[in-house]
Design a binder for this molecule. Structure first.
Ligand SMILES: [Fe+2]
Ligand SMILES: [Fe+2]
Length: 186
């Protein structure tokens, strides 16, 4: 018995929750009028986080889940009604991520962005992301515990592997600041 896929997905969730916390703290700084250095949002860190959210969860974590759901459905271990909500969450999270990314890009180009719009876009994205992970962990991930080694391998054979550029062994230097901030989290 192996839990390679379950372990990988749960590990990704733990990482994503921590990255979201760093992003939340940074976006919250757009509320303050205090000009202390510590209270100035680090726009380049925010952009790194949004780039990471685009490059890893959207290109590997969600596709891996979907390939695993396909397998569960084909083996009659999961009803499509159970996984369809989660699949549509992925589309919604990508749309919300795109919207937040485009607001941040505008800020970077010096274009005016109403702060309430920025906060609303972040809150929608973060709430859905956390709620989505909770749903997966409660409703679908327990089903992966029933997969044997051959099933785990069959799922992994159906997806092109992609390194996690933040947490894998071959991490990219671009994310050094983000890694430092993650280490500072309790
Ligand atoms: Fe997901
Ligand atoms: Fe997930």
């Amino acid at each position: 018995m192996t839990t390679a896929i379950l372990d990988r997905l749960l590990n990704d969730h733990q990482n994503l929750k921590r990255v979201l916390t760093v992003l939340e703290r940074e976006i919250a700084k757009y509320d303050t009028e205090n000009s202390d250095d510590d209270d100035t949002p680090d726009l380049s860190l925010i952009m790194d986080i949004m780039e990471y959210m685009h490059s890893y969860p959207e290109f590997f974590h969600h596709p891996l889940e979907e390939v695993a759901f396909d397998y569960l459905e084909a083996q009659k271990l999961a009803a499509p009604s159970k996984t369809s909500v989660i699949r549509s969450d992925h589309d919604q999270l990508e749309r919300e991520g795109d919207e937040l990314r485009s607001l941040i890009r505008k800020i970077n180009f010096g274009q005016p962005v109403p702060l309430d719009q920025l906060h609303r876009a972040f809150e929608d994205y973060a709430w859905h992301m956390r709620e989505h992970m909770r749903k997966e962990e409660d409703l679908v991930f327990p089903l992966f515990e029933r997969l044997d080694e051959a099933s785990n391998q069959a799922i992994l054979d159906n997806i092109q592997h992609r390194h996690d550029p933040l947490f894998d062994e071959y991490k990219q230097e671009q994310y050094d600041t983000l890694l430092e901030r993650l280490e500072q989290l309790a």
